[in-house]
Design a protein around this ligand. Structure first.
Ligand code: SF4
Length: 449
């Protein structure tokens, strides 16, 4: 059969779709890149925002016509929206053949095969307490980059977030399992690995939401083991809840140049009052303490973050606290969201009292601050020497190549005869714009390949 998979939402969903593609391919099915070519259409959905659900429902609804023309077509929905809406989706989208909730990935290929044989609609949803880690390890896209899911689910219950309800309780894979997967990837040519989880820094803590003592961090142990893999050049991870950055984890990151100096540290708000209402278990000053510790050990570290503006009851003062925090930390990048309630969460019971135009205005203020800061950060890099991981021919200019710094900045440069994709190279930055860096290849790498 020919399988088409459309993915919505986060990197975890991208990763699940890739594992699904590998699963189908291993069974002899072909993964195609357009719906018109497919016998099976799978929509891997997101529930984080109402808009994400509406978009997916709209797209799947549109497939009704196709199904009429080709009744043998199998159409299924998986991921967070499938888990969130369950069987109710069959009412809204009667042309659906299956609904596969989160944590059910390992059943996907069997379900599709059985529908192909007997045409009976199926539903498989995650039941609380039944969380499993199967189906996470297969890879499909061979490239110098790969992602590895190290945990599933989340136990934190931030008041605005639907993830714990749709992705289930937090469970972690074993270090040995993850290291085996990484070794195989590296043997196949992967040079940079992104570790994924809703809260990666809580890896291996058994779902305990209390941050561990300063000398205990299974996530640091995992990073150390991965860094020992020969041929693996870089490791990134996302997303870590700030409170788990204890001394052991900070020291482990600082000691390993393979761990990228680009840390995503979700802040959400700079106001303690709002953080409390969000059920975020840290204060602004505790967050700053972590930033300062990381920076004292790694002066070149770059931070990115997530921010929500217009959370219920957010005053001008609260918003200014966020703005000040953002300027104080000096993020390189931020995903700024205008709050919108998600049914089923604790915050959805609060009055969504900040007018849309105020949310928009606050969003714009933060975006404009961010833009100025990014331009300034880029300017400071002029004349500096940077280590990059070479990615290949630049998208905009076939004569130039591009690579990324450890801090996740793209550098455009002219390749030399020995420049190789997936190897580290050294460049001197000789031109910058607000969004890009341009460099000149230097003869000696900063760090051995
Ligand atoms: S840590 Fe909070 S925001 Fe992140 S997935 Fe868990 S509940 Fe959602």
């Amino acid at each position: 059969m020919k399988i088409f998979i459309k993915t919505y939402g986060c990197q975890m969903n991208e990763r699940d779709s890739e594992a699904a593609a590998a699963m189908f391919s291993a069974r002899g099915h072909e993964v195609v890149d357009h719906e018109s070519l497919a016998d099976v259409l799978i929509f891997n959905t997101c529930s984080v925002r109402d808009q994400a659900e509406r978009k997916a429902v709209g797209k799947i609804g549109f497939m009704k016509k196709l199904k009429k023309e080709r009744p043998d077509l199998i159409i299924g929905v998986m991921g967070c929206m499938a888990q969130n809406r369950g069987e109710e989706l069959f009412k809204e989208l009667p042309h659906l053949d299956f609904v596969l909730g989160t944590g059910q990935l390992h059943k996907l290929a069997d379900i599709v095969d059985s529908i192909h044989d007997d045409r009976r609609a199926q539903v498989a949803l995650l039941e609380p307490g039944d969380e499993v880690l199967t189906g996470l390890g297969a890879h499909y896209n061979n490239s110098i980059f790969a992602s590895i899911a190290i945990t599933r689910g989340c136990n934190r219950y931030c008041s605005y977030c639907i993830v714990p309800y749709v992705r289930g309780r937090e469970i972690s894979r074993s270090i040995a399992d993850i290291v085996d997967e990484a070794r195989e990837l590296v043997a196949d040519g992967t040079r940079e690995i992104m570790l994924l989880g809703q809260n990666v820094a809580a890896f291996g803590l058994g779902g305990n939401i209390n941050p561990p003592p300063p000398d205990h961090s299974p996530f640091a142990d995992l990073l150390n083991e991965l860094c020992a893999i020969e041929g693996l050049k870089r490791i990134r991870f996302t997303s870590p809840y700030p409170s788990y950055f204890n001394d052991k984890l900070i020291d482990a990151i600082a000691a390993q140049p393979k761990i990228c100096r680009s840390i995503h540290l979700p802040l959400q708000s700079g106001s303690d009052r709002v953080l409390k209402a969000m059920n975020r278990h840290y204060t602004a000053s505790q967050y700053l303490e972590i930033v300062d510790k990381l920076r004292s050990k790694m002066p070149d570290v770059a931070f990115s973050t997530d921010i929500i503006v217009g959370f219920p009851g957010e005053t001008e003062e609260d918003f200014n606290a966020t703005r000040e925090m953002m300027n104080r930390v000096g993020y390189d990048m931020a995903y700024i969201f205008k709050y919108s309630p998600r049914q089923g969460t604790v915050a959805a019971k609060l009055e969504d009292d900040i007018p849309q135009e105020v949310k928009e205005e606050r969003n714009q203020v933060l975006l404009s601050d961010l833009e100025k800061r990014t331009a300034e950060t880029n300017r400071k890099l002029l004349g500096s020497t940077q280590e990059i991981l070479v990615e290949g021919v630049s998208k905009r200019n076939a004569e130039r190549w591009s690579g990324k710094t450890s801090t996740a900045k793209t550098v455009i440069f002219t390749p030399g005869p020995e420049t190789t994709v997936g190897e580290l190279a050294t460049v001197r930055i000789n031109r910058v714009t607000a969004v890009s860096l341009f460099g000149e290849l230097q003869p000696t790498p900063l760090r051995g390949n």
